[in-house]
Design a protein around this ligand. Structure first.
Ligand SMILES: [Zn+2]
Length: 387
């Protein structure tokens, strides 16, 4: 089983510059490959394989002075960029994707590839290839970039597909690591989970996880975000020249601040989701049942859309699924039309006209009174027993 680990990098200023130019190299090669394939196609020739293209690139590097600068960068950056572009181009012809676009300097996300054999990790640093071209020993230190979290990536493991990316504020490295599967079997009772807007998750073993968007800290940040957005939009309209908008230094500064706040918010939300899902998993249930959420359908409802988006239901779902897979827990989804909240957990009566505002379920048949979300989770757990 391969687990992917992502860790933030703490490069110094010189390393930052170098990382950006590495990403620039990858972008240049990607665009060059697309251009080559396009002109080739326009002249009526067939698709050129990535092996052939890399051969052409090597001769270009040796003969054309316009390509000589590529020698200062790791070969693997170019290699993977050619491969990625060829794959994108082929995917279009197979009808799997849209026609690949050129990567723009402004809009594309800076990222590049490192060779899994040549990359190495110490507990605190990652050693990248050819950040410095000097062979002097004291300058080789430049290749070592500090990691923000120590000891998270194992030393001397088998790595796969390392990618270095920039998210607008920070540099990150993500790497796949071959892990041994745990053979431990979970034996405790299964858990049904009802996901909702009032509370994030209600479990059938009476555990309730609150909605984090209602806490004071998140509210304060959201207010700050709204203010920043307003300020930026005002600045744009103030500095308008004729019909075109102009980006001043102040706007760039404010946009960075906005990005920081947005990241902070998503980090808080995702961290909370990770804590929640991990805690549920740590109770070692035999199986976990979730309802098949119709997220797209819920997004169409204007009253629900924002709450649904803020709660990151899809992310919760995704985390639950892969964490179950890692821990050998059976992951069950109840069908979209399973009446989890309309079903009475005592007598099995289905209350068809249940409104969203009815928080307490009162059964007209057996007069059973129970919290609506808790009952849904119990029903889901029972669904899991029969599935
Ligand atoms: Zn009943």
């Amino acid at each position: 089983m391969i687990k992917t680990i992502k860790v933030m990098l703490c490069p110094n200023n010189k390393q930052k510059t170098k990382l950006f130019s590495c990403a620039g190299t990858a972008r240049f090669i990607y665009n060059w490959t697309l251009w080559y394939q396009q002109t080739n196609y326009d002249f009526g020739y067939s698709f050129v394989s990535d092996v052939e293209l890399r051969r052409i690139l090597t001769t270009l590097k040796q003969t054309n002075p316009k390509f000589r600068w590529l020698n200062d960068y790791s070969n693997n950056i170019a290699k993977q960029a050619v491969k990625d572009a060829c794959k994108a181009y082929l995917n279009f012809f197979r009808g799997l994707a849209d026609y690949p676009k050129f990567k723009s300097r402004r809009k594309s996300k800076p990222s590049f590839y490192a060779d899994p054999v040549k990359i190495s990790f110490t507990g605190t640093h990652v050693k990248l290839e050819k950040l410095t071209t000097s062979k002097k020993k004291n300058k080789q230190k430049f290749n070592l970039v500090k990691l923000a979290e120590q000891g998270k990536i194992p030393v001397n493991a088998k790595y796969s597909n390392p990618r270095i990316t920039f998210d607008g504020l920070n540099w990150w490295i993500s790497v796949g690591i071959q892990c041994e599967e745990s053979q431990e079997k979970s034996t405790n009772q299964g858990i049904g989970i009802d996901i909702g807007i009032k509370d994030l998750a209600v479990c059938s073993d009476k555990k309730v996880y609150k909605n984090i968007n209602k806490t004071a800290k998140v509210r304060k940040l959201k207010k700050k975000k709204r203010r920043l957005q307003r300020r930026i939009s005002k600045k744009y309209s103030k500095n308008k020249k004729g019909v075109c908008y102009c980006k001043t230094r102040n706007i760039v500064k404010s946009e960075k601040e906005l990005l920081r706040v947005t990241h902070q918010l998503t980090n808080i939300c995702h961290n909370y989701l990770h804590q929640t899902t991990s805690e549920i998993i740590s109770r070692k249930p035999k199986f976990i049942v979730l309802e098949d959420l119709n997220v797209k359908g819920m997004m169409k409802n204007k009253h629900l859309a924002r709450a649904v988006q803020e709660q990151c239901f899809y992310e919760f779902y995704r985390q639950m699924e892969y964490k179950c897979h890692w821990n050998h827990i059976k992951f069950i989804t109840a069908g979209r039309y399973y009446p989890s909240s309309k079903l009475c957990s005592c007598c099995g009566y289905v209350k068809k006209d249940l409104k969203l505002s009815e928080r307490v379920y009162v059964c007209p048949e057996c007069h059973n009174t129970i919290d609506r979300d808790f009952q849904a989770s119990v029903n889901l757990m029972r669904y899991g027993l029969t599935a």
